[in-house]
Ligand binder design. Structure first.
Ligand code: UD1
Length: 337
């Protein structure tokens, strides 16, 4: 298919582009480079052998998007572009409403104008807030516990409404659990700006010596070892699920909402030990109080994605640690891979 990726130079967008190219899809990347590196499109071209069209634009620019959708005869959009820092969203809600919600409305207007009726959307397990129990199924209650989470819920609703009322023929809302890892080539990966909020990039920066130790936020959770439990999923498995979802909605006029996780909960200490095993790098720890807003345990029931798409995560926690480290080590100029 001819597919346009908003946020196509970002972490999950770029990995998805490699898988789509490998499956013969033609890709148009749209990015405003607010949180992506400018050399990603060139790296993608080298990795995939496909010179992807790059359009530097903001998703709120309906005119540019409409023109791009028409000029490239795009058949479907995968919508990754969004702001995603929970803390920042609580400091500046209007920024998040504007970029995420207004941005999605502008994109949907462009799609309607260009008669593009298929969308895959980058949603998040954050829509479950503090889940009542885990594993979490797609029919669990959703709740917004911060502004970022609220924007993801609203974006999902906008897409479902347009699928119900006509402008969209087919849609897939993909709820990611905790994406980590990097492309096995170590040519693309996650590049957080400033101090990482998320666990895996923090660990890899401790391993390079950029940060002295990892703060383990909370050791008194009601989990096996007292630390928080999450469902980490390799970004390449996630990318493959996007390709399958795209192909599915290309063939069926349906609206899907799917969890993307492995179904296995891993604690902070288990992840640290897996990282040390996979890389041979020690991670010094400081035990710290709980981080406000964190849940004890959140992991997916991914069985619906298995049934509908025939998709299952294949890479394990050590694969995730190894690839995250290979990428970070390459960035830091460390040559021990
Ligand atoms: C966070 C966001 C979530 C977002 C997701 C993906 C919050 C409250 N939630 O999820 O909305 O969708 O990232 O971007 O920010 N941890 C440490 N030390 C650290 C960092 C994290 O111990 O330095 C622990 C956390 O307490 C948690 C686990 O590691 O138990 C995972 O944290 P993180 O990677 O930030 O992901 P989430 O909190 O699940």
């Amino acid at each position: 298919m001819r597919v346009l990726l908003t946020g196509g130079a970002g972490y999950i967008g770029a990995h998805t582009a490699t898988v789509l190219a490998g499956r013969g899809h033609e890709i148009v990347l749209v990015d405003n480079f607010a949180n992506a590196e400018r050399d990603v499109p060139a790296r993608l071209a080298r990795l995939t052998g496909q010179a992807m069209t790059l359009i530097e634009a903001d998703i709120r620019d309906t005119e540019t998007l409409t023109a791009a959708l028409r000029a490239h005869e795009v058949e479907a959009v995968i919508h990754f572009a969004a702001l995603k820092a929970v803390g920042e969203s609580e400091v500046d809600p209007l920024l998040y409403y504007d970029m995420n919600i207004i941005g999605t409305i502008r994109l949907l207007q462009a799609m309607r104008a260009a008669n593009v009726g298929r969308i895959v959307f980058s949603s998040s397990a954050t829509v479950y807030g503090q889940p009542d129990s885990a594993p979490v199924r797609e029919d669990a209650p959703t709740r917004a516990e911060n502004i970022y989470g609220r924007t993801k819920l609203v974006m999902e609703d906008l897409i479902r409404d347009l699928a119900r009322t006509g402008p969209l023929r087919a849609a897939a809302n993909l709820r990611y659990f905790n994406p980590v890892g990097a492309h096995p080539s170590a040519q693309i990966g996650e590049m957080p700006r400033g101090v990482p909020n998320n666990l895996m990039p923090y660990i890899t920066q401790v391993a390079t010596g950029l940060r002295p130790h990892l703060n383990v936020f909370g050791t008194d959770y009601p989990t096996a070892d007292g630390t928080g439990v999450r469902d980490y999923i390799h970004v390449m498995d996630l990318a493959e699920a996007h390709a399958l979802a795209l192909e599915y909605i290309g063939a069926h006029d349906e609206t899907l909402t799917l969890n993307l996780g492995t179904g296995t909960g891993i604690s902070v200490l288990e992840l640290v030990r897996a990282f040390e095993r996979a890389t041979g790098r020690p991670i010094p720890l400081h035990f710290a109080p709980r981080r406000p807003g964190d849940v004890a345990s959140n992991y997916a029931d991914p069985s619906l994605a298995a049934r509908v798409l025939g998709w299952k995560a294949r890479l394990n926690i050590e694969d995730m640690c190894r690839d995250a480290w290979r990428w970070q080590a390459a960035q830091a100029g460390i040559n021990d891979i």
